[in-house]
Design a protein around this ligand. Structure first.
Ligand SMILES: [Zn+2]
Length: 60
């Protein structure tokens, strides 16, 4: 693992964690769900661009 991969991975991991935490509050992808994500990670949209939502585990 080189520094470039670490640089890429950290915001992505933050986004995945924030996303999964938000699903504990909202078991869907409604606007309220994204409000929860934003409350945890205000710049989540930047990290979200790296990962497509459908590669994440889904609860719904
Ligand atoms: Zn989700």
């Amino acid at each position: 693992m080189n520094w470039r991969l670490i640089h890429f991975a950290m915001p992505t991991i933050d986004y995945v964690v924030a996303h999964e935490l938000a699903h504990l509050r909202e078991m869907n992808h409604s606007p309220r769900f994204w409000d929860v994500v934003r409350s945890v990670l205000p710049d989540y949209e930047r990290s979200r661009g790296v990962l497509k939502d459908d590669v994440l585990p889904v609860f719904e």
